[in-house]
Design a binder for this molecule. Structure first.
Ligand code: ADP
Ligand code: MG
Length: 305
């Protein structure tokens, strides 16, 4: 590739908020077969809000929130932000947590007021021998119903993620957190479809939530309950089929897959490690930038060849 045309291409991308790392990335982008895509923070805004809380047992909503917020203070996950924002809004006094630990893509835990507090997905609780009490689908349906009726900001928030809270080995609450689909996502997916690119959504989130968002967006191929290692393996398997694979994501959990893909595409709004692992960064997190990058690379390579 001539350095000059590559520089022009990269410069043009930058103007549109598409940061391309080097000439090799630009070249690989010309013929991508599959785009593997993360959900939270990539297809959705990653700015979730708590929409409902169901408690089981004697702890009140406020008690549960304070304990969860205490643990989540130490997490960078978008869900953690939702819990903390709510605790702040309700002016709860949030106790200090000790022994914090995080299992990326599953959940977080700490000791709060001498109690062991876990916050995460059903598998995370199950890993500790704790059975979750709620029927996930029922809660999702409740939230969907609520959201279609209310929606504090006038926007539809039908995509709910269930966050489970356990205290001293007992599941005490399920918090429904919903995260709107980015306004640009449907358009981006339509453009990818026009280019004939196969799209596969991989998410660490649970099946009912994954199904709801895939259905809403017309994504036929998706996998739920996917760990960071699974995301990485999935990308490797597609590459082994001789497919050119792009991966788009925003989180720490996406970093291994982003690095393994032929082209990693990070949301500029996401975690630092995701951006470092990727060849392309979409500054504002607008997925239409993927299509812009492909068009740009094709144009640039045509000029060179
Ligand atoms: P995605 O792949 O869609 O970006 P993640 O892999 O980041 O989702 O998270 C998967 C699931 O793990 C979440 O839906 C949530 O249930 C759980 N989880 C991960 N981190 C946290 C956290 N800090 N607090 C609560 N739940 C978490
Ligand atoms: Mg994510």
């Amino acid at each position: 590739a001539t350095p000059m045309s590559v520089m022009v291409g990269v410069g043009r991308g930058a103007k549109e908020g598409v940061l391309i790392k080097n000439a090799e990335v630009l070249e690989v982008l010309t013929d991508i077969d599959v785009l593997v895509i993360d959900k939270t923070g990539t297809l959705t805004e990653g700015r979730p809000e708590i929409t409902s809380i169901k408690t089981f047992g004697e702890l009140s909503e406020a008690d549960v929130l304070a304990l969860a917020a205490s643990v989540e203070t130490h997490s960078e996950h978008p869900l953690a932000q939702a819990v903390m924002r709510r605790a702040r809004r309700d002016e709860l006094s949030v106790p200090d947590a000790a022994n914090f630990s995080s299992d990326t893509g599953s959940g977080v835990r700490a000791t709060v007021n001498g109690k062991s507090v876990l916050v995460g997905n059903p598998d995370y609780l199950k890993g500790e021998g704790i059975q979750t009490q709620s029927n996930e689908q029922t809660v999702v349906d409740d939230v969907a119903l609520d959201a279609s009726k209310t929606g504090s900001d006038g926007r539809q928030r039908v995509v709910a993620t269930m966050v489970h809270v356990a205290v001293d080995g007992k599941h005490v609450a399920t918090i429904a957190v919903s995260d709107p689909i980015k306004a640009s996502t449907p358009d981006a997916l339509a453009q990818l479809n026009d280019l004939g690119i196969r799209v596969v959504m991989l998410t660490g989130d649970a099946e009912p939530t994954a199904r709801a968002i895939a259905g809403e967006l017309g994504i036929n191929e998706y996998h739920a309950g996917i760990s960071p290692a699974d995301k990485h393996r999935f990308v490797e398997e597609l590459k082994a089929e001789n497919l050119r694979v792009a991966m788009a994501g925003d989180g720490i959990n996406d970093a291994p897959a982003l690095a393994a893909a032929d082209v990693g595409i990070a949301m500029g709004t996401g975690a630092g490690v995701a951006i470092e692992s990727a060849g392309v960064t979409l500054v504002g997190g607008d997925l239409r930038g993927v299509v812009a990058a492909i068009h740009l690379s094709r144009k640039t390579m045509r000029n060179i060849r």
